[in-house]
Ligand binder design. Structure first.
Ligand code: ADP
Length: 346
């Protein structure tokens, strides 16, 4: 019965109703002249049957045809949105099929709208964050330039100093724009990962050397266990360098004076697991789930004071995802933070 077509249902109803009306009328007219009763029965049956068949034709031709056209449009629209642009005719008398078709279509549209809403929120947040980040250095530069134009240029006690400060703000803007460029390339998939076999210990040593001055300024020691042991991985060397830089710079920025950051490697099946552990200020539990989001900072002013853009960990996460690998964080406030990521062994 579930899959009976509307035509069949109407036909059954037509017959049942015709019989019922005929029977009722035959009962009413029972007792009057025999021939006229028989004629009345035949006439009533024919009349009921004809009117219901007309109704059936009306439903079939006018309504079902129109409904089929409507669903053909829906189906074509669905197929076209799946990039298979074909013009199909839809012809079904089964209302269940039609119903399923429209439900599937509605579900597709609902998902699409939700996705668009998310993107819209992301776009608005992103634009707001970018303009907020750029505002501070731009206003600083404007302040220094105006002061210099207002006579500061002739004042040897501030002229050079203000130019140096303006230059620092320009540097800050360049850092923000570089990070924004990196993140937008990673997010749009524009940036292709170039895999190569290399010794990650050599790369790490190079990064540690380049950050030594920054670390010693705070009395922090950056070190690696198994310094001279070759550890080969298959990854994008340039991007993994960026991962190390971002994690180690963070360990300095959020490290305690005279602290220590240690990098360890673990052999785990097909992968090498890499751990960057510091004994810095740590992060409270409630911040950990959002730490890898763009512009997310535990302490905004501390991050900005340290030259942070709030994009470093988001970039790191994207790089790991592009390698089909993951990164996790564990931290205890006041004790330290450990970031762990993995790479394919080579
Ligand atoms: P930022 O440019 O602000 O450093 P990141 O994306 O690199 O941005 O880091 C996001 C936030 O995570 C930082 O603002 C900081 O609050 C926190 N954080 C990152 N690394 C550490 C760490 N090693 N120790 C403590 N906090 C950290």
């Amino acid at each position: 019965m579930k899959n009976t077509s509307p035509k069949t249902i109407l036909l059954i109803i037509a017959i049942v109703l015709a019989i019922a009306v005929t029977f009722a009328l035959s009962q009413i007219t029972n007792g009057s002249s025999g021939t006229s009763t028989f004629q009345l029965v035949i006439f009533t049956f024919a009349l009921s049957f004809a009117s219901l068949v007309l109704l059936l034709l009306f439903v079939n031709i006018i309504i079902l045809n129109k409904v089929n056209k409507l669903f053909a449009t829906v189906k074509n629209f669905r197929l076209q949105s799946d990039k298979a642009s074909v013009n199909i005719e839809y012809n079904s008398n089964d209302l269940n099929n039609l119903n399923n078709e429209i439900l599937a279509w509605a579900e597709d549209r609902k998902n699409e709208i939700e996705q668009l809403k998310k993107l819209e929120v992301y776009r608005r947040e992103f634009l707001g964050n970018v303009s907020h980040e750029l505002k501070t250095p731009i206003f600083n530069i404007q302040g220094y330039v105006l002061t210099l134009l207002d006579g500061g240029l002739e004042d040897p006690s501030i002229n050079r100093n203000y130019l140096v400060r303006a230059e620092k703000s320009v540097d800050r803007m360049i850092t923000i724009i570089d990070d924004l460029e990196a993140i937008s390339q990673l997010e749009t998939g524009e940036l292709q990962i170039e895999l190569e076999r290399f010794d990650i210990n050599v790369l790490l040593k190079d990064v540690i050397d380049s950050l030594e001055m920054k670390a010693t300024a705070k009395g922090i020691i950056l070190s690696t266990v198994d310094e001279n042991k070759p550890i080969f991985v298959l990854a994008d060397r340039f991007r993994i360098r960026q991962v190390f830089v971002n994690l180690l710079v963070n360990s300095i920025k959020y490290g305690k004076e005279y602290g220590e950051t240690k990098v360890r490697f673990y052999d785990v099946g097909n992968n090498i697991s890499i751990e960057v552990a510091d004994n810095g200020i740590g992060i409270t539990k409630e911040h950990l789930p959002r730490l890898f989001e763009r512009f997310y900072r535990v302490d905004k002013s501390r991050s900005r004071d340290q030259g942070g853009t709030g994009l470093g960990l988001a970039i790191v996460k994207h790089i790991m995802e592009a390698h089909n690998q993951t990164i996790t964080v564990m931290s205890t406030e006041g004790v330290g933070t450990v970031f762990t990521f993995s790479l394919k062994k080579a």
